[in-house]
Design a protein. Structure first.
Length: 218
């Protein structure tokens, strides 16, 4: 199975949370179906640096250099993203799929959104949100968009300095579970990510979604 790591927006923490999941569930592989901003270093490269050595990273579906929305990056490259081609590899045992931007990012000029890809896949997603001011609106809007299309939501990860009030509000008003809170890692490197992974999803709630038989850090 696959777990899609999406977020309330860009730069919210999808790549870091993906690396953390790969450190927590070591048999899982990583896939970034559509990447933009590759000229500034790709998410696949960052994951390779932060996740355990030997983590399997699949080839990106599409990769564009400019750090802009995929629909625009594709247009500038004279291409069009063929969403039917973006199929998670079924034979992979546990696939962490990192989304792009937020839930409603456009993939194509004809209005196809990342959300449409989520519907096509039907795989559960984990929503990464900031722990800080402004997160309630962004998180509740993202949950509403996902649920309106019946995309299964596995839970929320709050990234940043712990904020109990925001956590409670998201669980209550969003009717969702905050599976983990990820503090700021300073420095951010493989060792601190591995350390943080041992306290991430301690109940092993995501283990089944990533085809891991046991919810333990190995
Ligand atoms: N918990 C964290 N601790 C330290 N730095 C973080 C943390 N989460 C995110 N960052 C930093 O914030 C930036 C955005 O995070 P990233 O995971 O790349 O977001 P996204 O993939 O959603 O665009 C990156 O520079 C990343 O290193
Ligand atoms: Mg990223």
């Amino acid at each position: 199975m696959s777990l899609v790591v999406t977020a309330t927006g860009t730069e919210v923490g999808k790549t870091v949370v993906s690396a953390l999941l790969l450190a927590r569930y070591r048999q899982a592989s990583y896939w970034k179906p559509v990447a933009s901003g590759a000229c500034e270093g790709s998410d696949s490269e960052t994951v390779q640096r932060l996740a355990p050595e030997g983590t399997r990273i699949l080839e990106e579906g599409y990769s564009f250099d400019p750090p802009v929305s995929p629909h625009l990056a594709a247009r500038w490259a004279g291409e069009s993203i063929e969403v039917e081609r973006l199929v998670p590899k079924g034979r992979e045992s546990g696939l962490v799929i990192e989304g792009i931007g937020g839930v409603m990012v456009p993939l194509r000029d004809d209005g196809v959104l990342f959300l449409d890809l989520l519907v096509q896949w039907g795989q559960p997603c984990l929503l990464v949100a900031s722990s800080q001011l402004g997160t309630l609106n962004h998180t509740l809007l993202s949950l509403a968009a996902l649920r309106a299309q019946r995309v299964p939501v596995a839970g929320v990860v709050l990234n940043g300095p712990p904020n109990r009030d925001n956590r409670e509000a998201i669980e209550r008003f969003g009717e969702v579970e905050v599976i983990a809170e990820l503090p700021v890692l300073d420095p951010l490197n493989r060792s601190t990510v591995t350390q943080a992974a041992s306290g991430f999803d301690t109940a092993g709630q995501l283990a089944g979604l990533l085809d891991q038989s046991q919810g333990e850090c190995r």
